[in-house]
Design a binder for this molecule. Structure first.
Ligand code: GRF
Length: 215
């Protein structure tokens, strides 16, 4: 089986990155991780990747201040140099320009901690609590020029429980992210590259039991 070479972009702790690396250790998984790239030299995920035997590099955006195009050109070169067919954004905290997004159209995925189109952007768990929603979750989508607005590939929902704090809700969602992202990547990478442009089967599942209603 040809396994699609896949790169991961991170900026921080890299727990989603770790879940993708772990899933891809299975030789039956349709993608293999060829590179982890961080825009921050202090990203904790870098050492996690290296410990797993994955090449991990830093392309610090700092020296490119004022020239996003040059930074993205360097990222693109690294991705191509690694032979990547797909790119997974996993907590990558830089807004991308049409340059990089256009070059990887249909082949760049992101995971976002909400049920898009609800709560794009930051602080999704606090906003979900403030809005009083009863279901929250995460979304894997294709990256387009508009942040958190690309075609949805897969979603997982969790209940918002009485007494939830931002931290408890975030932890419940994160556990789902770690299941959903590998599943979505497998779905996309298991087809042809072009299949990513079609809406693949979305997964809506809830791995956690709903608390029975109390009277
Ligand atoms: C995750 O919540 C992800 O959905 C969002 O950024 C966070 C990254 O966490 N895009 P981690 O670095 O994968 O642990």
């Amino acid at each position: 089986m040809r396994r699609a070479p896949t790169a991961i972009l991170i900026s921080g702790r890299g727990s989603n990155m770790a879940s993708l690396i772990e899933a891809a250790r299975d030789p039956g998984f349709p993608a293999r991780i060829v590179l982890v790239l961080s825009n921050r030299p202090d990203a904790a995920g870098l050492s996690v990747a290296r410990a797993a035997g994955i090449p991990a590099a830093v392309l610090d955006h700092g020296p490119y201040r004022g020239d996003r195009a040059a930074h993205e050109a360097a990222i693109d070169e690294a991705l191509r140099g690694a032979g990547a067919a797909f790119v997974c954004l996993a907590g990558y905290m830089r807004r991308l320009t049409p340059l990089l997004v256009g070059r990887w159209a249909g082949r760049m995925l992101n995971i976002h901690p909400s049920l898009l189109p609800a709560f794009p952007g930051l602080h999704t768990h606090a906003r979900a609590l403030a809005a009083g929603v009863k279901l929250h979750g995460c979304t894997v989508h294709l990256v387009t020029e508009t942040v958190d607005a690309g075609p949805i590939l897969a979603q997982a929902a969790v209940p918002v429980l009485p007494g939830d704090t931002e931290e408890t809700l975030a932890a419940r969602v994160l556990a789902c992210e770690h299941i959903l992202y590998p599943a979505a990547l497998a779905n996309v990478a298991g087809g042809t590259g072009a299949a990513a442009l079609q809406p693949p089967a979305a997964a809506l599942f809830n791995p956690l039991p709903l608390r029975p209603a109390t009277t």
